[in-house]
Design a protein. Sequence first.
Length: 307
Amino acid sequence: MWEKLRVALTENMNLKVLSFGFALVLYSHVHGGQDARRSVVVDLEVGLPPESSDRVLVGSIPQSIRIFVRGSNQTIDNLRAASVSVQIDLAEKQPSHVAFEPKMVRLPDGVNVEIEQFDPPSIDLRWEQRIVRDVPIQVSVVGTPADGFVVKGPLIAEPKAAKVRGPQSDVMVLQFIRADAFDVRGLTEGTYPRNLAVERANPRLKIEPTTVVVNAEIAREVAERVFPKLPVVLVGIPKGKSTPGEVDVRLVCPPDIVRSLRPDQIVPQVEVTSKELSGSVSLPVQVRIDKCDAYVIPREVVARWGP
């Protein structure tokens, strides 16, 4: 029995293989020619108005949509989503509603399918007026200078404001535009100019310029102290007095110096150069302390001398 079965399977083997091949070709042809309906997710390509346009699209647009196509099984099987897209041209007109149509579908050359349906069938669009506004540029500081030094005054960008162009709702809420932080770590006394990039947090906004020049002035750290009612000393004459006889002195010095000073070390002086035996004159009061700036109130007194 097994021998009869073996003979039945192997007899005329070439003819049997050829017949099986013809059957496969016939099945493929018949199956591929049948109509089928499939859905394909494709990219949504949107042609937007130019930057010079007075209107700008706001809100979100889907990156892809689903289309339902009908055609032969073979055609649909060979249809790849990467080669299909739906195109919307908004360069000339700015509608608030767009319904998808078969003519918007871009198919590869030679592909013949019927576009039956879109999901979603349409989208809503929101437009705004495009405006231009000057917005101040803000510069922040990161790090600290070398020991004993500080950043003198706020950092100012040049130019001080940027022209921001974009949707009205985005532009009008801006209070300032940030530039990159100015790193002052390890800097000593001096002025340091740097080019810093202007941040663009909102991709719908166009900001000019894209970089600004910022100068950071680094100075020695100072402290202030007021020494009130210090007696005025007249220099250059043997006898004399001033009106008023006392002044207030404000010293601006490095912190270690201003902390160590005593009132008796600070001597407000008025230098009289007149050769007259007697007289009176209004003269400035001077205070000299090494590494300190002195500010005297009042700045001048009336010096009197003579019999």
